[in-house]
Design a protein around this ligand. Structure first.
Ligand code: HC1
Ligand code: SF4
Length: 574
C-alpha cells in the first residue's frame, strides 16, 4: 500500500493502480469516455485518446489522464480543480466541434455517452465552428449501420472486435482530423468478414455503430389489413427488456411482454422457446446419432448466427461439425409458415413472422439465401430488444402497469429447458436433459447440471450418461470459440459436444440488449433470472412438451426424420 492525497484527503491505495482506479476506490467520480474496463472479459480499452479524465497533480506542470497514470507514494491529486474541470470540458467541446448536431434524430438520443458527458460537465457552448467530417453512412449490411461522422476515435469497438472477439474487422483509418474506426480500406461492412455479433455496437459510446432499425417495417405490417402478423420473443428478452422501463436488471417480465405485444396489435404472440424445444428434439437426436456412430464429433451447437458466420469464414475446413439444425427462431418461423398456416387455413404469403431478438446478427441470419429461398421467408423481420422497447414507448403503452398475459396457443407451450437457451451453457444443458433420458431410458432426478453453469467465457465439463463420460465444452465470446476450434483443428480436442455463443454471457449479453455499459453484473442478473424462470416451469425437459409431441405426431413425423430434415435443418457456406 502507498499513501496518496486526493482532493485534500489522505488515502492508502495499492501500488501499481491508476489514478482512476484509486479515485474509484475512494468513491470519487472522474468522468471517462474512451476508457472501458471489462475485467470480466479481461479486456481494458486504455487508449487515453479522449482526454476527458484529466486531473491535476500539483508538482507536475501538466494535467495528466487519470486512466493511464499510475499513482506513486506521496502523490497529490486534484480531480476537482478549476484547471481539471476546464480541461475536461474543453476536451468534450473539441469532440463536439466535429460532431454532427443531430441529437434529436440520432438513434442514440438520450443513450449517448458523449451527450450525457456534455450535460454532466455543463458544456453550454461550442466555441469552434469548424470543418466537419463528411463520410457517407454505411448501410450495406442487413445488421449494422456505421456512421463514421459520429466516431470519436475512442477505439472501444476496435478493442472489442480484435481482442475479445478476435475478428479483426475494425481498426483506425485515416489520420488526424479525418480519423475514424472502420474495416480495413474502409470497405463496406458487408464486404468485410464481420460476423454481425454486435459487440462493437454494445460498447460504442455514440451512434457511430448501431443496429439497422427495422421497426417501421413492423408498424407497416401491423397496419396492413391483409397481413397476419405473428411475433415470437427470444428467451433472453423477458429478463432484460424491463431495464428499458426503469426496472432492476434480472426482473422477469414475461407476462408484461406478452401483454404489450398483444396491445401493439400482433395477431398471435408466440415464444421462441417453442422453437428452442424443437431444436433440442433435433439436436439431441443428432448428438446421439453422432455419438453412437462415433463420427463427426464434437457436435457444435448452431443456434448463434454470428458464431456460424465466424466458423464459415475462419474455419471453413470444420464445416462438417456444426449441428445442421436451423436456429430456434428460424425453426419456429418455418413451422408458422407451414403447419400453423395449414391448420388455420392462412396463405403463408400473407403471414409476416416478426422475431424479437437480443441479437443484431439475427437480422442478417433471417436474410441468408438458404433460409429465404422458398417462396416465403422463414422469418420476415427481426427487431432487437432495444427496438421493441422504443416501439412500446411509441405506442404509448405504459409497460410497468400492464397485466401479465399468456402466450397464444397452440405452439405456446414451452419448457424450462428452452428458456435457459438465453444464457451461456443453457443450450447444452437443455440437450443433455433430453439426451440423458433418451439414452438411459431413466428419468433424471435433478435436471440442473451445475457443472455446465457459470459465467466464465470458456468452460469444460463432463456428464456421465449410462456409464460413458460425455465431454462438453462451452464458449461464449468469439475469442474463446477460436481457442476451442483451434484445438479441434489440431486434433487436440476430445469433446463430444460444444456450445458456442458469440456474445459474452450468451444471448443475455447480446448486441441488441439494453446497453449495460460493460457492467457484467447486469448480465449475470439476467442469467440468474433465466435459471429462476426455468425453476418456475412445470415442465423442464423439451421432449416432455406436449405441443411439440403433437407437432411431430400430426405433421413432422419422427425427430431427425425426413420431414424434419427438410424443414428444420440447413447447411453452411464456405
Ligand atoms: Fe438466443 Fe436462440 S437462445 S440464439 O441466444 O437459440 O438471439 O435469447 O432466441 O434462435 O431460443 C438469441 C436468445 C434465441 C434462437 C433461442
Ligand atoms: Fe467485429 Fe462483431 Fe462488430 Fe463485426 S459486429 S465489427 S465482428 S465486433
Amino acid at each position: 500500500k502507498i499513501s496518496i492525497r486526493m482532493n485534500g484527503l489522505d488515502y492508502e491505495v495499492p501500488l501499481g493502480i491508476t489514478i482512476l482506479e484509486a479515485a474509484q476506490e475512494a468513491g470519487i467520480r472522474i468522468p471517462t469516455l474512451c476508457h472501458l474496463d471489462l475485467h470480466d472479459l479481461k479486456m481494458v480499452n486504455q487508449t487515453a485518446s479522449c482526454r476527458v479524465c484529466m486531473v491535476e497533480s500539483p508538482g507536475r506542470d501538466t494535467l495528466v489522464p487519470a486512466c493511464v497514470t499510475k499513482v506513486h507514494e506521496g502523490m497529490e491529486i486534484r480531480t476537482d480543480s478549476l484547471k481539471a474541470i476546464t480541461a475536461r470540458r474543453m476536451a468534450v467541446e473539441l469532440l463536439l466541434s466535429n460532431h454532427p448536431n443531430e441529437c434529436f434524430t440520432c438513434p442514440k438520443n438520450l443513450q449517448c455517452e458523449l451527450q450525457a458527458l456534455a450535460a454532466e460537465l455543463g458544456v453550454r457552448e461550442i466555441r469552434w465552428e469548424g470543418e466537419r467530417m463528411d463520410y457517407p453512412k454505411d448501410i450495406s449490411s442487413d445488421a449494422i449501420v456505421k456512421d463514421s461522422n459520429k466516431c470519436i476515435y475512442c477505439r472501444r469497438c476496435e478493442t472489442m472486435c480484435n481482442e475479445v472477439q478476435t475478428c479483426g474487422i475494425l481498426s483506425g483509418i485515416s489520420r488526424g482530423f479525418n480519423a475514424f474506426v472502420g474495416p480495413a480500406f474502409n470497405i463496406p461492412m458487408v464486404e468485410s468478414s464481420c460476423t454481425y455479433c454486435g459487440q462493437c455496437v454494445a460498447v460504442c459510446p455514440t451512434a457511430a455503430l448501431t443496429e439497422i432499425n427495422h421497426s417501421d417495417k413492423v408498424w407497416e405490417a401491423l397496419n396492413d389489413p391483409d397481413k397476419h402478423v405473428v411475433v415470437q420473443t427470444a428467451p433472453a428478452i423477458r429478463v432484460a427488456i424491463g431495464e428499458l422501463f426503469g426496472m432492476e436488471p434480472g426482473t422477469i417480465v414475461t407476462g408484461k411482454l406478452v401483454s404489450a405485444l398483444k396491445r401493439m396489435g400482433f395477431d398471435e404472440v408466440f415464444d421462441t422457446d417453442f422453437g428452442a424445444d424443437l431444436t433440442i428434439m433435433e439436436e439431441a437426436s443428432e448428438l446421439i446419432h453422432r455419438i453412437e456412430s462415433n463420427k463427426t464429433l464434437p457436435i457444435l451447437t448452431s443456434c448463434c448466427p454470428a458464431w456460424v458466420k465466424f466458423i464459415e469464414q475462419q474455419f471453413p475446413e470444420l464445416l462438417e461439425i456444426p449441428s445442421t439444425c436451423k436456429s430456434p427462431h428460424i425453426m419456429f418461423g418455418t413451422i408458422v409458415k407451414t403447419y400453423y398456416a395449414q391448420k388455420n387455413n392462412i396463405d403463408p404469403d400473407n403471414i409476416v413472422v416478426v422475431s424479437i431478438m437480443p441479437c443484431i446478427a439475427k437480422k442478417a441470419e433471417a436474410k441468408r439465401p438458404e433460409l429465404t429461398k422458398d417462396e416465403h421467408n422463414n422469418v420476415d423481420i427481426v427487431v432487437t430488444t432495444r427496438e421493441l422497447g422504443a416501439m412500446i414507448k411509441e405506442a404509448g403503452i405504459d409497460f410497468n402497469s400492464l397485466p401479465d398475459e399468456e402466450y397464444d396457443k397452440p405452439l405456446g407451450e414451452t419448457t424450462g429447458a428452452s428458456v435457459i437457451f438465453g444464457t451461456t451453457g443453457g443450450v447444452i444443458e437443455a440437450a443433455v436433459r433430453t439426451a440423458y433420458e433418451w439414452i438411459t431410458g431413466e428419468q433424471l432426478g435433478n435436471v440442473e447440471f451445475e457443472q455446465l453453469r457459470g459465467s466464465d467465457g470458456l468452460r469444460k465439463a463432463s456428464v456421465n450418461i449410462a456409464g460413458k463420460e460425455i465431454k462438453i465444452g462451452i464458449a461464449s465470446g468469439l475469442g474463446n470459440a477460436r481457442e476451442l476450434l483451434e484445438e479441434i483443428r489440431d486434433g487436440k480436442n476430445e469433446y463430444h459436444a460444444i456450445e458456442i455463443m458469440a456474445c459474452p454471457g450468451g444471448c443475455i449479453g447480446g448486441g441488441g440488449q439494453p446497453y449495460h455499459h460493460g457492467n457484467y453484473e447486469i448480465v449475470k442478473k439476467r442469467q440468474q433470472a433465466l435459471y429462476q424462470e426455468d425453476r418456475n416451469k412445470k415442465i423442464r425437459k423439451s421432449h416432455e412438451n406436449s405441443e411439440i409431441l403433437k407437432l411431430y405426431k400430426e405433421f413432422l413425423g419422427k425427430p431427425y426424420g425426413e420431414m424434419a430434415h427438410e424443414l428444420l435443418h440447413t447447411h453452411f457456406e464456405e
